[in-house]
Write a protein that binds this ligand. Structure first.
Ligand SMILES: [Zn+2]
Length: 254
């Protein structure tokens, strides 16, 4: 598991994503923007079809009691779709699908198998050339569950797909970094659509820091970047055994 010297080489630097249909698996509305929003904007620029699945309902972030959970969840759906419009630009679309699963629970094996079969169906519908999912060491219980289900789905699907893990809660050791400088303003606009998640601007602050840091690999030739680790199902199992979702993130926003 990433312990031999070849795993410590610098990640591949890319200035464009791989062409072709795209499937994004996101635990909550806004994770797709935080983890790979700039990349999705660059896919959309080229006319790649992009489908985003939002797996969990996001109701746990409804903490101020200002609206019912139902209304809050609907609001988050609208925010995601509006954010997708900002990413894709005029006349192009990012298609969203929402499963509305209840969030904040450690998934049992049968839950993961059920979700894996649903993801496999989605893979067969979309036939993506590229898949983006939360990387399996991301320290949030829902991110962990979706990553585990994704690993099982990829084993069921068994067709070639370029699968990448993106970062939200935890940094990984990237295999590839993508220059998103040109798309970064759209990433920020998309993120700003998630008004229920702003926490007084904290979210924008954190995302700005991550994308600036990830540009380091470009040696001054990029201002903003997103980082990806190859999504290898067998490695996900390693995290299933050893990783426990971190305290303090369970049920939290993002
Ligand atoms: Zn999340």
């Amino acid at each position: 598991m990433r312990m031999t010297p070849e795993h410590f080489r610098a990640p591949e630097r890319r200035t464009a994503p791989t062409p072709g249909p795209v499937l994004v698996l996101a635990p909550h509305a806004d994770d797709e923007v935080i983890g790979c929003g700039g990349t999705l904007a660059l896919h959309a620029d080229r006319g790649d079809a992009v489908v985003v699945l939002i797996a969990f309902d996001g109701a746990a972030a409804n903490v101020d009691g200002g609206s019912s959970d139902d209304r809050f969840v609907k609001e988050r759906i609208l925010e995601a779709v509006e954010g997708g419009r900002h990413l894709a630009g005029e006349g192009r679309g990012i298609e969203y699908e929402f499963w509305g699963l209840e969030e904040g629970h450690v998934a049992e094996d049968e839950d993961l198998d059920r979700a894996a079969r649903r993801i496999e169906r989605l893979l067969n519908e979309v036939r993506p050339g590229t898949l983006y999912a939360p990387w399996y060491g991301d320290a949030h219980v829902d991110h962990h569950s979706l990553a585990q289900a994704t690993a099982r789905a990829l084993e069921l699907y068994a067709k070639p797909v370029e699968a990448w893990g993106y970062e939200v809660w935890s940094a990984h050791q990237p295999d590839m970094v993508l220059d998103i400088s040109e798309a970064y303003p759209r990433k920020l606009h998309a993120l700003a659509c998630h008004q229920t998640q702003m926490q007084g601007g904290q979210l924008l602050h954190r995302v700005a820091g991550l994308s600036a840091w990830r540009s380091m690999m470009f040696g001054g030739k990029a201002r903003h970047a997103e980082a990806f680790q190859r999504f290898v199902p067998a490695e996900a199992e390693f995290y299933r055994v050893l990783a426990t979702p971190a305290d303090g993130t369970e049920g939290s926003a993002a």
